[in-house]
Design a protein around this ligand. Structure first.
Ligand SMILES: [Zn+2]
Length: 326
């Protein structure tokens, strides 16, 4: 009898744990390899280019024979980046590139040498100079960063020793100043906070500042001759197939956002809610639009990308708002 009770209990406990997690299963392809005990993965991508990740953030650095070029300094893992570089070379960091101005990707840069050259888009340099009431990066464990010493507007070819990096700015996509950073010899492209290999982008299209440019930027990436994409987040690198898949997901969201705008009846909602509180009316209407867009999108994608059930609603909200005003 006791045995029977415990057998009956197993599916009940399973149901409880399933309810507690309350999220769809993440496809196995979303995950990279496990992070070793030292706290970071260091992968040699060939010809002196290395990838470092703690499973949440990603950085690349290059040995040049004349010092090290490093791109970004997430404050949560800058100490790991310094340790990873020491595993490979005793040469100092001579060049630092800020991919964009967001603190979670660069606010650890004070740990890099003060006398290195700091390169970024002019818009990134301007944003870092903006007056703030709280110190830059304090909420992500970082702080003030070395000032940018080399800026440009469109393209910049960085040649150091035996390495070449082609820096290009094509538009705001995620945020004004966000760079495409291409290593032609290694066919590696770094572009941060736009593509999320294996996953739905972070909330609200990864908080993109200008949705049409975010959507267009998938084609900027695909125009490059790359084998490996370093995209800044989660524990694995991306491929062309990952970019194509995310583009299809975003295109579906756009199509379903248009359908929602054409079919959800504003007047019917106004008839129920009334106009006395216009914010209540519009909030109800916008939620109904995003809800319909989400329902039309989710089933097709939830088994293909991680987190579709978590963030599709926010992407629908963002695209619907953009279709209304941009
Ligand atoms: Zn960002």
């Amino acid at each position: 009898m006791k045995k029977l009770a415990s057998i009956l209990l197993i599916p009940f406990l399973f149901l409880l744990s399933w309810q507690a997690s309350a999220a769809a299963a993440v496809p196995a392809e979303a995950y990279g390899k496990p992070v070793p005990e030292k706290g970071y993965i260091l992968d040699d991508l060939g010809d002196g280019l290395y990838w470092v990740s703690d499973g949440m953030y990603q950085v690349m650095f290059l040995t040049t024979g004349k010092g090290v070029i490093v791109v970004d300094a997430p404050p949560s893992m800058t100490h790991h980046v310094l340790a990873a570089i020491k595993e490979v070379t005793m040469n100092p960091i001579t060049h630092v590139i800020y991919s964009h101005s967001h603190a979670d990707h660069i606010a650890g840069a004070a740990a890099y040498p003060k006398d290195a050259k700091y390169i970024a888009h002019i818009e990134t340099a301007n944003r870092l100079k903006a007056k703030r009431d709280t110190p830059f990066g304090m909420f992500v464990g970082g702080g003030a960063v070395p000032a940018v010493t080399g800026t440009f507007e469109n393209d910049y070819r960085l040649v150091v020793g035996n390495q070449v990096l082609e820096l290009s700015y094509k538009g705001p996509s995620h945020v004004p100043g966000n760079l495409l950073i291409y290593a032609p010899k290694q066919k590696v492209l770094m572009f941060i906070d736009v593509i999320f290999p294996g996953w739905s982008p972070f909330k609200w299209l990864a908080v993109a500042e200008f949705t049409p440019s975010f959507i267009e930027s998938h084609d900027w990436v695909l125009a490059y001759d790359f084998d490996t994409l370093i995209s800044g987040h989660i524990g694995r690198r991306g491929s062309r197939a990952d970019v194509v898949m995310q583009k299809q997901y975003i295109m579906d969201i756009q199509t379903n956002a248009v359908t929602s705008l054409k079919t959800v009846d504003f007047n019917a909602i106004a008839g129920e809610i009334g106009f006395a509180n216009p914010w209540l009316l519009f909030n109800t209407y916008l939620d109904a639009l995003a809800d319909k867009c989400t329902k039309l999108t989710e089933d097709k994608w939830v088994t293909k990308l991680g987190g579709v059930d978590i963030f599709t609603f926010s992407h629908c909200e963002k695209v619907i708002e953009s279709l209304r005003i941009d």
